[in-house]
Design a protein around this ligand. Structure first.
Ligand SMILES: Cc1cc2nc3c(=O)[nH]c(=O)nc-3n(C[C@H](O)[C@H](O)[C@H](O)COP(=O)(O)OP(=O)(O)OC[C@H]3O[C@@H](n4cnc5c(N)ncnc54)[C@H](O)[C@@H]3O)c2cc1C
Length: 317
């Protein structure tokens, strides 16, 4: 019998950030012949994902607490990082860990306790920095571009428009970043972030380093990403780039002294979306008969996007 494609084999995905692209990947993996249209009215590098500095870590906060579902998240993200790297024949990440320079004697004590409890995850470097061994530095823009190219090569069709509502398609997946606030007003916390790219100075970082701010690496060894601001107010006003640069210098000058004298190559911004639930994990939310959203990736989009994309596809496709 000849296989006839109907609208019931058709899916819409809204959003070309980490979330939407990962959903496309898992949909195509599950249903190679399904028709998948990926909608986004904005340029590829306009999303929060393109502003991400690239720290993929299984821990969070000043106490280095292990994030919930960290091992599953790392595993799922690594599958996509490798698939994207293989597709473009260029590694879009650097593993080897993320360094944390303790901000106080107290934090050093906390880190040491973690190391004693979990020597498989943590160690001190000779320079007195705390190495999170599983940490990865993703080159976010390279990854985004490679993953986008990969899903197109799998047969996903890009449509440069806002997603329309279409009752006859099997499922519409929303991964629309801060725009979720229009669908579900007030249910998520929005925090704007700005980070800058600078030309490398005297300081050489062979691994990304976190202190009060952080310095992350780029696929171009002459460039560093310096982050980040956490802006909770005036989100409806244009961002203050000059203020952000001052803040980024203040946060990073102890680990990267010449940052104060290097002019930024660019300042990037995006809005992080956080769940208001206590555990702050990403959310999969049904929006109606054939509409479902993946949201709340917060500042851990790299740790969670692939895992939750796999789960939303498994539950709703
Ligand atoms: C400065 C900064 C630094 C960060 N650094 C890190 C980091 O180091 N590590 C980390 O893990 N996370 C980091 N993050 C967080 C990370 O960027 C986010 O968690 C992640 O990008 C969210 O991805 P997303 O796909 O949900 O949303 P987004 O990347 O915002 O993508 C949403 C997309 O949806 C599109 N869209 C909106 N409305 C519609 C519509 N109606 N129809 C179709 N498309 C639509 C938008 O154009 C956009 O392209 C950082 C964030 C910022 C701002």
């Amino acid at each position: 019998m000849r296989y006839v494609s109907t609208k019931m084999d058709q899916y819409f995905v809204a959003g070309r950030g980490f979330g939407g692209l990962a959903i496309c990947y898992h949909l195509k993996k599950k249903y190679p012949s399904a028709k998948i249209s990926l909608f986004d009215p904005n340029p590829l590098f306009a999303s929060a994902s393109a502003a991400a500095s690239g720290l993929l870590e299984p821990i969070g906060g000043r106490l280095a607490a292990r994030s919930q579902r960290a091992s599953e998240g790392l595993e799922a993200t690594k599958e996509l990082l490798d698939a994207a790297s293989c597709h473009v024949r260029k590694k879009v990440y650097k593993d080897g860990g993320v360094l944390h320079a303790p901000i106080s004697a107290n934090q050093r004590v906390v880190f040491e306790k973690k190391r004693v409890q979990n020597p498989q995850y943590f160690e001190w470097t000779q320079g007195g920095e705390f190495l999170v061994k599983e940490g990865v530095n993703v080159f976010s823009r390279d990854y985004l571009e490679a993953l986008y190219s990969l899903v197109l090569s799998m047969g996903v069709q890009y449509v440069p428009k806002k997603v329309p509502y279409e009752p006859t398609v099997k499922q519409i997946f929303y991964a629309v970043g801060k725009e979720i606030d229009k669908e579900l007003p007030g249910q998520f916390q929005l925090i704007r972030g700005q980070a800058m790219q600078v030309q490398r100075g005297e300081s050489i970082f062979s691994l990304p380093k976190v202190h009060k701010g952080y310095v992350a690496l780029d696929s171009d060894p002459a460039v560093y990403h310096v982050g980040s601001t956490y802006e909770r107010t005036n989100l409806d006003l244009p961002s203050d780039k000059e203020g952000a640069v001052k803040e980024l210098i203040k946060r990073n000058r102890e680990i990267f002294p010449e940052v104060a004298f290097l002019s930024p190559l660019g300042v990037y911004e995006g809005t992080r979306v956080y769940s208001k639930k206590q555990e702050r994990l990403p959310q999969i939310v049904s929006l109606g008969a054939n509409q479902v959203a993946l949201t709340g990736l917060g500042s851990k989009g790299l740790l969670y996007h692939a895992l939750y994309a796999k789960e939303i596809v498994s539950a709703y496709a």
